[in-house]
Ligand binder design. Structure first.
Ligand SMILES: NC(=O)c1ccc[n+]([C@@H]2O[C@H](COP(=O)([O-])OP(=O)(O)OC[C@H]3O[C@@H](n4cnc5c(N)ncnc54)[C@H](OP(=O)(O)O)[C@@H]3O)[C@@H](O)[C@H]2O)c1
Length: 351
């Protein structure tokens, strides 16, 4: 009898060992469709590391995916979540050079972060700086790597250049302001409220314009002695295109990486772009190759990560707006959908 109960317990243990909790939705739609469900743990492929997730964070891509408007790239997990922070739980074949079980890591992933475990290509892991909490670490990978990529890999920012950052109080925006300062460039922002202007200025923005009340094209020209911005980081699209071209400097780079207003425009964009000798560049991070992501993670780890540890002249700071337990994921999505957040909305994952 004793051994029978023992073997039942062992079977249960074996069963739960390969299961995990994850955020899920059965049909595309609003935040109310989200719930937490038990699913199989990911199976590691060559070069992957299993991370036990302690915290994850939300991105606009999650809202689009939940609405059925942004499918994960081929081969990526169907589970929501583009980033995670936690500890290394297991190493897949060929992934044992850099990491060991128990290491504290944050991860850039193409999906699967809103779960208790996620499989991550080893080269897409970043060590969590000593003393940093899991919730702060979860606020870093997607927003900071996007901002770093847009500024350095895509926009090729130079010392002294002016960078106009739309959605300056967003996850990506708050990171981009700080990374501009690290690159000795001059960040300016557009945001939708005076409170967000104050926050952006505290983070290092030289000027902030409320796009709902001011003509940011005119204001940006005034703030730059009619020179304009050398780089515009644009995640808004349609509603801002004319003002973008108005305040883009000659030979400027206009980097489109989101279309929160829409992608449909009607007007003489090409003539205005030609007149400014401007470059219009589109950029998406999620669908990039693993090689590209590995290079980005390496450059960020070497050049930006050391500045999160306090003490240096430039101190980088992940901006956490709020923290929700995984089972409240619907509320977290609603907050982002309502444009209420400044910085990142973090999910705490039950360990
Ligand atoms: N291409 C890539 O690789 C990549 C990677 C990551 C993120 N992204 C994009 O980056 C953007 C920011 O993402 P996030 O997760 O950091 O966002 P977030 O923290 O949720 O912030 C987005 C903010 O944008 C502003 N906004 C929303 N709709 C707008 C509109 N129609 N016009 C002007 N401003 C608007 C709102 O602030 P206000 O109150 O200031 O209006 C909102 O709070 C998104 O478009 C996202 O898709 C792209």
């Amino acid at each position: 009898m004793f051994s029978f109960i023992g073997s039942i317990r062992a079977m249960r243990g074996h069963h739960t060992q390969w299961k995990m909790l994850a955020a899920f939705f059965d049909t595309p739609g609003g935040p109310e469709n989200l719930y937490v469900k038990e699913v199989p743990r990911p199976i590691l492929k060559e070069g992957e590391v299993l991370v036990q997730v302690h915290a994850s964070a939300l991105n606009r891509a999650d809202l689009l995916q939940r609405r059925g408007m942004y499918a994960p790239p081929p081969g990526a997990s169907e589970i929501l979540g583009l980033e995670a922070a936690g500890t290394v739980a297991a190493l897949g074949p060929g992934a044992n050079e850099r990491w060991k079980v128990g290491d504290r890591v944050m991860a850039l992933i193409a999906g699967g972060g809103n779960a208790q475990y996620v499989a991550v290509p080893a080269q897409q892991l970043i060590p969590i700086p000593p003393g940093m909490s899991d919730t702060d670490a979860a606020a870093i990978p997607e927003a900071w790597l996007t901002a770093f990529q847009l500024l350095h890999f895509v926009g090729k920012v130079q010392k002294g250049e002016t960078v106009l950052i739309h959605a300056g109080a967003s996850g990506v925006g708050t990171a981009a302001i700080q990374l501009c300062r690290l690159a000795e460039a001059v960040p300016m922002v557009t945001v939708g409220s005076s409170e967000k202007i104050d926050i952006a200025k505290k983070l290092g923005a030289a000027a902030g314009f409320n796009y709902k009340e001011e003509d940011f094209g005119k204001k940006c020209l005034e703030a730059t002695n009619n020179v304009g911005a050398d780089i515009i980081l644009d995640c808004v699209g349609a509603t801002h295109w004319q003002k973008n071209l108005q305040c883009l400097n000659f030979d400027g780079r206009w980097v489109v990486y989101g279309l929160m207003s829409s992608g449909e425009i009607n007007g003489d964009l090409l003539a205005k772009l030609l007149w400014k000798r401007g470059s219009l560049i589109g950029s998406l991070l999620r669908s990039r190759s693993s090689k590209y992501k590995a290079e980005l993670v390496k450059a960020f780890t070497e050049q930006a990560l050391p500045h999160f540890a306090s003490g240096g002249p430039i101190h980088l700071q992940p901006i956490v707006d709020s923290v929700y337990p995984l089972e409240k994921i619907a509320d977290a999505h609603q907050r982002m959908e309502d444009n209420k957040n400044t910085g990142k909305i973090v999910l705490q994952i039950p360990v």
